[in-house]
Design a protein around this ligand. Sequence first.
Ligand code: C2E
Ligand code: MG
Ligand code: MG
Length: 639
Amino acid sequence: MSATYRDASRAALLYLLISIVWLQLSGYLLNSFFDGSDELVRWQLINGYAWILLSTGLIFVARARLLRCLGIGNTLSERHEERERLRQAAAVFDCTREGVLVTDSNGLIVHVNRAFMEITGYSQAEVLGQRPSLFKSGHHPADFYQTMFVTLKSLGEWSGEIWNRRKSGEIYPQWQTIRVIRDDQGQLSHYVAVFSDISAIKNSEHELKHLAHHDPLTDLPNRLLFTDRTEQALTSAQLHKRGCALLMIDLDHFKMINDSLGHTIGDELLKAVAERLQAMLGPELTLARLGGDEFAVLAESCPQLMQAAALAQRIIDALKEPFLIGGHQLFINTSIGISLFPGDALSAEQLLRNADSALFKAKSAGRDGYALYTEELTAHAQNRVETAVELRRALEQQELRVYYQPVHDLRTRRLVGAEALVRWEHPQRGLVPPAEFIPIAERTGLIAEIDAWVMRQACQQMCSWQQAGVALSFIAVNVSSRLFARRELFQQVAKVLHETGLDPAFLELEVTESAVMEDPEVALEQMHRLRELGVRLAIDDFGTGYSSLLRLKRLPVQKLKIDQGFVAGLPWDEDDVAIVRVIIALAQSMGMQVHAEGIEQVEQARFLLEHDCDLGQGYWFGRPVPAEQLDWAHAPEIR
Ligand code: C2E
Ligand code: MG
Ligand code: MG
């Protein structure tokens, strides 16, 4: 081989290398070198030039070397790029405001970022190797997590709101996206969770919701929320067969305060009214401000119209106390409209409308008062509420009196006992009979005081009679059915007996048949306790209360009082005759005394005597009278 040829072939190789590098770099497809033809290259030599034929084989060898060379170059630059990419990713991972948590395929935490630590309060060291269940709040049921894993498995991704627990123990809402990461072979390698703390958003959502449903001045529910609550209450009331009441409250002449003292004072007054009402009504009743000076109250459990009326009266009274605002002492009166469910209306909207028209009535009637949707009810309720208020005063002012009605032995016709009957000496209305105030006293709870008072008076009176040498065998006192079931009754009776010094054998307690049959087991227990004290027991108004004979037999009772309704028909009404005869026979068979009340005519007394009734009471013998007017010698002839 000549020197020229060696030169030429070295040069050819060099050229080839350079051109391949160039072609590679310029993106030229190497394939064009391999189109199967040889290439003729003209190379300039020092002494002339030479044509070189480069074969594909040569090119192939050169290319293989070159590619390896380039490959190494490429790998180096790829590594560099990747390192750069990783560095960037790490920076993003660390700087992002979202918390990032990576677990391995077993669910063990392998990475967390800085935001994660800021949000959760945990350091990296505390969580690496742990499971994300460490953050569970207990807020979600088990099926929540099940659904999450099913979605992750099927779709490879889950997003949603989730409540987790910070290290401090506080639970908070996150918006979280969890993604499954797979390797080149498609095997699950990691889970990546990215989340943001959305408690601030939630709070503002909550605030917005609160604003939409509350009055900004008083922070009470507004009309929207109130209507909604009323609807819910009516649904529940319907289900449980309960009565509800809606009271619409309007401050009388509020406009005058606004106009004369300015809106700031007006607003302060409204706030003070809201606070006072809220404190008075407590959490069981829903109070709302419907707008302006209009408030509303919903009583979800209001079985009686009396209760609604009494509530209205309490509100009126509470708002009558002066308000001290901005140095002014302000007095306000209130008008209230009441509508009742289910009596007046069946829907929230109708209830509101009816309460509104009742309010209009209250205002037209001179304000400072309440009105019910139905007029007769208004009068009725007003009367009763007034009575309740007055009755309280009557007790304090000692307007109650005890009258005594004589009880005669039908055989000897002698006066043997007396029944104590309460009366109310009303300063304007005169003597009010118990039928008009006992039911009200029972509903307002005043009955306990009244009965205790009557019992004390009667026992004292009996002691005085005994000291005066009057030989009565008993003094009878009525016990309200409201008290009969209560444990305190026993203590109360014992106390009165102790304090007055009356021998218990002279005291007879009258309990109505219906009170006994309301809860016969409790009645039985109570009666046994009272019997242990030594007092006598009588069943009043017998024949009206559907007694079970079996139960009656077990009661430790000494007397049955035949209700006056059966006595009234004697001796002509066949049914009454039959009933009275049965009651007498029944009492005798059980070893009890029989006492007939309501005897107004001699024929009635005669019939009863002929049928072996023991005792008689009624206008024919004598009306209830004050103690000093009892006629001891009176013994009318029956035959
Ligand atoms: P009661 O215990 O059945 O009392 C009998 C009632 O019948 C009394 O009515 C009495 O005045 C009336 N009466 C008596 N004889 C006749 C008559 O010949 N004809 C007619 N038409 N009526 C007669 P009063 O005093 O109005 O009492 C009514 C009810 O009020 C009593 O019925 C009793 O259930 C209750 N009551 C009275 N005083 C008290 C009390 O101190 N405490 C309680 N818890 N209830 C009382
Ligand atoms: Mg009685
Ligand atoms: Mg009676």
